[in-house]
Design a protein around this ligand. Structure first.
Ligand SMILES: *Cc1c(COP(=O)(O)O)cnc(C)c1O
Length: 453
């Protein structure tokens, strides 16, 4: 049953139900992320009791289709029996041991398997706990590499306009999202940004590839002038997620790789969101046939189960730290580095990729989705409908300034978890989504858009 939409109150009836006690306790004890907490005076939290496949269930048994993979982390559904079994097995053996001076089978096996899967040359894995820590590690490692190799002046970084690489202070210094940055401006080192190759910014008559190459020329000009002080260029390959699923042509990455090599600047591929099959290949870099100096993974690496991030580096970078002198080493650590449970979840995730031929199955799913999404693409209020791999996005022409909030609320009333960024609606569903679930997702999203346009 769909609850009628009440425009001025934005309340759902679960706020009055068995769920409400949990909501009150949460608001009294928990500081929720990425939230102006005062908004919850009128906007109830969504209390989740359990999950199964693409569905999340609240305490009253209402369900929500997790069309955003719980912030882009879930790959094979909630409570996946195979990942659960791997974790249960690991729980009986070893929950955690520090990784400095110690090692264990899950972290060794995961590093070996990632090395086999990733673009050639990325021989070593350094572990962190979440995406932002992976960014910090890569930035520090890059600058430290240049210091160790006699270029201590190379300490600057460049990123794309509208880039997002996490929200710790170092990561914010290469993140170009004003809302996340401005309050902390005084704490953040300024780094340069270069034009982003998002094809929506192309001139009329200019195709996505021509525009990407024009942006690469701007990168070239910047590198020509500043390369002596630049350690690395950090980039989200193919899709800039937090920018609103901005998509661009792989030729940009090919050209960026050439330019970085030519000017002695590291290329850091932040595949925290786009890795693990999201763009149609295991890693987005593969679609440009490039070899980055650093590859960052997190989010989907554990199938969405546990916090884990990986910084893969080339053997050249690894060797620059290998010396008798302690201070030449990379003396960075997080308490939970290489946690065995998280590594087992990641290994189980890689097993599912291999056993179920996931990348091929996803190609069929994406083709089906594109067919059934035609009415969305054709909707008069929908602009720039786009797709890369298992990610879809489009802008909605709407009179509502608070479109994102309304869309979220109307979605929940229709069993959908949609979380638009501004006027950009996107789908990044778990790969286990079935055809009937895709039909439900498209049909109900159309209803929501009809309401708001
Ligand atoms: C989410 C994200 C991060 C940050 O990861 P957290 O685990 O949230 O710290 C960094 N880069 C990209 C591209 C991301 O999408």
């Amino acid at each position: 049953m769909l609850t009628p939409y009440v425009p001025c109150k934005l309340r759902y009836d679960f706020a009055m139900s068995a769920n409400s006690d949990l909501l009150d306790r949460s608001l009294s004890a928990v500081w929720h992320p990425c939230t102006q907490m005062k908004r919850h005076e009128t906007l109830p939290l969504v209390p989740i009791a359990r999950g199964e496949g693409v569905w999340l269930y609240d305490l009253d048994g209402r369900r929500y289709l997790d069309a955003v993979s719980s912030w882009w982390v879930n790959l094979f559904g909630h409570c996946n029996p195979r990942i659960n079994a791997a974790l249960a097995d690991q729980l009986g053996k070893l929950e955690h041991v520090m990784l400095a001076g110690f090692t264990h089978e899950p972290v060794v096996r995961l590093s070996e398997r990632l090395r086999e899967l990733a673009p050639a040359g990325l021989g070593h894995c350094f572990y962190g706990s979440d995406g932002a820590s992976a960014t910090e590690i890569a930035l520090k490692m890059s600058a430290h590499y240049w210091r160790n190799t006699g270029h201590p002046q190379k300490t600057q970084f460049i990123s794309l306009q509208n880039s997002y690489h996490g929200e710790t202070l170092g990561a914010l210094s290469v993140t170009d999202v004003a809302l996340f940055r401005d309050a902390y401006g005084a704490l953040i080192r300024q780094n340069a940004t270069v034009p982003c190759p998002d094809w929506r910014n192309a001139e009329t008559g200019e195709n996505a590839e021509a525009y990407a190459l024009r942006c690469a020329t701007a990168l070239e000009v910047h590198l020509q002038e500043h390369h002596e002080h630049i350690a690395a260029f950090i980039v989200e390959p193919l899709i800039q997620g937090a920018a609103g699923m901005a998509m661009y042509h792989p030729s940009y990455l090919r050209r960026a790789r050439e330019l970085c090599s030519e000017y002695g600047v590291h290329l850091i591929a932040d595949e925290i969101a786009v890795g693990m099959g999201r763009t149609g290949s295991m890693f987005a870099c593969e679609q440009a046939s490039i070899h980055p100096d650093f590859l960052l993974l997190s989010k989907g690496i554990t199938g969405g189960y546990l916090p884990l991030s990986v910084v893969m580096t080339t053997d050249d970078i690894y060797r620059a730290f290998y010396a008798d002198e302690t201070a030449r080493g990379f003396l960075h650590s997080h308490s939970y580095t290489g946690n065995p449970l998280a590594c087992r979840a990641a290994l189980a995730t890689l097993d599912i990729f291999a056993e179920d031929d996931v990348l091929n199955a996803n190609r069929d799913k994406a083709a089906f989705f594109n067919r059934i999404a035609q009415p969305l693409r054709d909707h008069s209020a929908v602009k720039d409908f786009r797709n890369t791999g298992m990610v879809w996005a489009f802008e909605v022409d709407t009179p509502h300034a608070d479109f994102a909030q309304r869309c979220f609320s109307l979605g929940l009333q229709r069993e959908l978890l949609l979380r638009p960024m501004g006027n950009t609606v996107y789908f990044m569903p778990p790969y286990v989504i079935r055809e009937d679930e895709m039909l439900l997702l498209v049909g109900r999203t159309l209803e929501v858009i009809d309401h708001l346009t």
